[in-house]
Design a protein around this ligand. Sequence first.
Ligand code: FAD
Ligand code: DLZ
Ligand code: SF4
Length: 519
Amino acid sequence: MTRLAVILGDQLSLDIGALQAIDPARDVVLMMEVMDEATYVAHHKQKIVLILSGMRHFAEELRAAGYTVDYVRLDDAANSGSFSGEIERAVKRHRAAGIVVTHPGEHRVLADLHALASEMDLSVEWVEDTRFFSTPSQFAAWAAPRRELRMEFFYRQMRAATGLLMDGAKPAGGQWNFDAANRKAWPRHRAVPERRRFPPDAITQSVIDLVERRFPHHFGTLDGFGWAVTHADAERALEDFIAHHLPCFGDYQDAMRAGAPFLHHGLISPYLNIGLLDPRRACALAERAYRQGVAPINAVEGFIRQILGWREYVRGVYWHLMPGYAEGNALGADQKLPAFYWDGETDMACVRDVIGTIRRHGYAHHIQRLMVTGNLALLWGVRPAEIEAWYLAVFVDAFDWVELPNTHGMAIHADGGVMASKPYAASGAYIDRMSNYCRGCRYDPSQRHGKDACPMTLLYWDFLDRHETRFAAHPRMKLVMDALARLPSDVRQAIRAEAAALRRAGTDRSAGDPSAALF
Ligand code: FAD
Ligand code: DLZ
Ligand code: SF4
C-alpha cells in the first residue's frame, strides 16, 4: 500500500531522510501550504514568499526526479489550514498505510504530529534529519556529564570528529579559534560591496501576489525581494560569497555600518535552514579556499565555527532542553515589547537602521541581532515570549530550533547562563566602537543620564543596578559592578527614574504590531 512522505517547508532537499525511506514507484510525496504555518506568528512577508516559492520550485524538482507529488496550495478551496488537517485528508485520499516524516525542526510541530498519529491511530516512520553534522542524541551524550554547555568545547569536538580544518590531530593554523582577530570596525572610507540578489521568476512573482493579497498586514515589504528560492541559485549565492566575501568575512564579522546591512556576511542562513544549501558543502568550499591560499585562516575558521560550531550547538541545546527551555525567565523580565520594534520610529539611530533593514530584507547580521535589538531587549527587560515571537516573525531564516536558543539564551540571558556565562550586556560605547551609527544620532553614547544620554548607556547602568545582587560576585563582571558601586547615589537615582520614563514612553505608543493579538 501507498505511504506518504511528508515534506515540510524547511525540508526542501533531495537528500532529506523521508525521501530516502520511500519507494518513488509506489509512494507519494505530500507538500502542504497551510495558513497555520504563516500565522502562528505573523511572519515577515518575505519569509512566507521564500518558503512557499521554495516549496513550489522544489515540487517541480521532485516531479522531474520521478516522484509523485501531491501538492496542496494555500488557495485550494478544501484546504483545512493545518498540517494535521491536510495529512488526515491526504491519508484518506490515497488510502495510505502510513506516513514517513523527517524529524521536524520545531517542537510545536513535533507535538502536533504525535497528537495526530495517536488520534488517527496512524503509522508514522520517523526519520533522522541528516542535514546536520551531529544528531540530538550525540549532543545529549556530550552534554550529559557537563555542568556547563560551552559552545567552544562542543565545537572542538566537532572539528576533530569531522576533520574539518584539521591538520591531523591539530587545528589548522595552530589555534582552534581566531575570534580575537575578527573584531575590526568598518574603515570610514572603505567601499561597501555589492551583493548578488535574485530577481523573482514567474513562480515567485505569483507567490508575491498571493502574499500581498492574503497577508497585507504582516511586517515587512516585498519590494526588491531578492532571496534565492532554488538549489541552483542558492549554490550561486554560496559560490559568490566564497569567491568575493569570505576573504574579508573574519575581519569585519562584528562591524556595523549605517545603510549597509550585508557587508561581507554569508547571507546563506535561509538556504541552509530550509534545505536549499548543504552545510557540509558550505564548510568544504570554505576550507578549500583556505587550502588554496584564497582566504585567510581567521576568515575561514570564523565562518566554519558559525556553521559547525554555533549552528550545531544551538540545535543541540534546543532538542536537549525543550520544551522546558522556553519557559525560563531568569532575570524576571516583565516589560512589553516597545512599539518601535515594529515601526522603527525612534531617535536611536542604531535601532532605526536595523529595524529598517529587517523591514526591507527580513535580515540583519549577527552583531545587529545580538548587540542592537537583542542587547536593547535585555537591558529594557522585555518579556522573553514577546521578544522571541518578534525574532521568529521578522527574520526570513527564523525557525524555533535556531531562533529560540539564540534569543532566549544568548541575547536576553533568560536561561540564567546555560549558554553564556554572563549576559551580553553593552552600553552605547560598544556600538560606537563597532559602527558609525552614533555619529548620526541625536544621543551621546558616553552620557549615562540627562537629556542627551544614549538610551543604551542609560539602560545598561539601570540593568546593572537592577541586577546588582545577582551579578555582584560574578568574576567576569567585577570591573563593571565595581564601577556601579562607585556611582554616587543621586546618579543612581537619576538613572532609575530616567530609565523608567524611557520604558513608559517606548511602550505607551500604540504602533502597528501585527503580533499584538498573541499576548
Ligand atoms: P554569517 O555571518 O555569514 O554566518 C554563516 C552561517 O553561520 C549563517 O548562515 C548561519 O547558518 C550560521 N550561524 C552564524 N551564527 C549562528 C548562530 N548564532 N546560531 C546558528 N547559526 C549561526 N540564525 C538563524 O539561522 N535563524 C534565526 O532565527 C536566528 N536568530 C537569531 C537571533 C538572535 C538574537 C541572534 C543573536 C542570532 C540569531 N541567528 C539566527 C544567528 C545569526 O545571527 C544568523 O544565522 C546570521 O546572522 C545569518 O546571516 P548570514 O547567513 O549572513 O550569517
Ligand atoms: C514558515 C512556513 C510557512 C510560512 N508556511 C509553510 C507552509 O505553508 N507549509 C509548510 O510545509 N511549511 C511552512 N513553513 C515552514 C514550517 O513552519 C516549518 O517547516 C515547520 O515549522 C517545521 O520546522
Ligand atoms: Fe545607538 Fe546610543 Fe549610538 Fe544613538 S548614541 S546610535 S542610541 S548607541
